[in-house]
Design a protein around this ligand. Structure first.
Ligand code: HMG
Length: 384
């Protein structure tokens, strides 16, 4: 059976952020609540010139040159930040990237789980057609509202993954165990720009899913968690990963790796669908002891809720299939917003429903940016 999995992975986040010590002071909270209690140091803030489509295209454009060739047969965008109730964001991404039209493109929505559904669908597609490749992009802006209880867990960014046979980054095994239950922990009814969320209930639901699903995985596949070199979690905030690991095991080695896998999320925040894959990138960028052949366990959670645990094995060239230096440079080049600047940016989004609007480029240096709306349709700039 041909090995299938992630051949390359790339990340994009907007070039503006808020330092959470500044935010804590503005909200009258102890900064330690944010940095220790919740485990977040900074939060990416998306200007109006970035939406899920521009961020998705910006992430995919950073995959290694030549990745998106004629073998590409499938493009899936996982997102819960949709800008259209009907048309798939993936279609616009195909056009922005100048890809061949001879492929299938669609979106998957199920809260933060959507990209995992996409990755596993892409895995099955490539397993059935090993001469083809697939592009899976997770792209989201997490918005809870100014001074809302979830405010400190906002963020923005996109992760693009090329899926192929004989992958050079991570072999994704066919061992996924999924669990679905209809829960009111977090949802965003049509027309609302921020979710309805019961934060404490949602963290309990997440913990219930992670213990239940990993126990089932162990029953079905005979593994134990210490078989894994690292366990990766969906990280709505990094303390959530700490709670999840503590609920499963007290292994110090896995705790060290959890910290390495949390470094990027601490600086970017929740990117919903991309969060689990940002933690994979973080581990590979920040733990120099990772080796080809190491086995990883990945836990995905999307409110509502669907959870899934699956495993992967690092491939021989994994460190060449991410751009660790590029990620460091992208984060270092970001502009630190004051809290009033962040609040103004938060409120300056393209208004819902207007047929025509223009978004100024401002200080956005990304390749793809939102230009505005004409006859209700969003248009994008390619700033190359
Ligand atoms: P909160 O009520 O502001 O915070 O909500 P808290 O009072 O629960 O405190 C948080 C932690 O800080 C606690 O630690 C406090 O003890 C500690 P814990 O008991 O949890 O270990 N603390 C301090 N620590 C040090 N120094 C201090 C201090 N003060 C307090 N001075 C909450 C926090 C995360 C609930 C909120 O931000 C929220 O609602 N976030 C959004 C929802 C969320 O992220 N849920 C996660 C699970 S659901 C999920 O992952 C799916 C999701 O990504 C969406 C999707 O699927 O699409 C969200």
């Amino acid at each position: 059976m041909t090995a299938v999995g992630i051949d390359a992975l790339a990340f994009f986040t907007p070039n503006t952020y808020v330092d959470l010590t500044d935010l804590a002071q503005a909200r009258g909270d102890d900064p330690a609540k944010y940095t220790i209690g919740i485990g977040q140091d900074q939060m990416a803030v998306a200007p109006a010139s970035q939406d899920l489509i521009s961020m998705a295209a910006n992430a995919a454009a950073q995959l290694p040159a030549g990745s998106l060739d004629d073998r590409l047969g499938l493009v899936i965008v996982g997102s819960e930040s949709g800008v259209d109730e009907s048309k798939a964001a993936a279609i616009t991404v195909v056009r922005l990237l100048g890809l061949s039209p001879w492929l299938r493109a669609y979106d998957i929505k199920e809260a933060c789980y959507g990209a995992t559904a996409g990755l596993l669908a892409a895995r099955d597609y490539v397993a059935a057609h090993p001469d083809r490749t697939a592009l899976v992009i997770a792209s989201d802006i997490a918005r809870y509202g100014l001074a809302a209880s979830g405010e400190v867990t906002q963020g923005a960014g996109a992760v693009a993954m090329l899926v192929s046979a004989a992958p050079r980054l991570l072999i994704v095994h066919d061992d996924a165990v999924a669990y679905t239950a209809d829960l009111p922990d977090f949802f965003r009814p049509t027309g609302l720009t921020v979710p309805v969320v019961d934060g404490h209930y949602s963290t309990q639901a997440y913990l219930d899913f992670v213990t239940r699903i990993t126990a089932r995985h162990q029953e079905q596949y005979g593994d134990v968690l210490t078989d894994y070199t690292a366990l990766l979690f969906h990280l709505p905030f990094t303390k959530m990963g700490k709670k999840a690991l503590a609920a499963l095991t007290a292994d110090d080695r896995l705790e060290d790796r959890r910290q390495a896998a949390s470094v990027l999320a601490r600086r970017v925040g929740n990117i919903y669908t991309g969060s689990l894959y940002l933690s994979l990138l973080s581990l590979l960028c920040h733990d120099k002891s990772m080796r080809p052949g190491d086995r990883l366990g990945l836990f995905s959670y999307g409110s509502g809720a669907v959870g899934e645990f699956f495993s992967g094995t690092l491939a021989a060239d994994f460190s060449d299939r991410i751009d660790a230096a590029g990620v460091t440079a992208m984060l270092a080049a970001r502009h630190r917003l004051t809290v009033p600047e962040y609040e103004a940016m938060f409120n300056a989004q393209l208004p819902l429903g207007d047929a025509a609007a223009t978004v100024p480029l401002g200080g956005d240096s990304a390749r793809f940016t939102v230009g505005g709306r004409r006859d209700h349709a969003r248009w994008y700039r390619d700033n190359t």
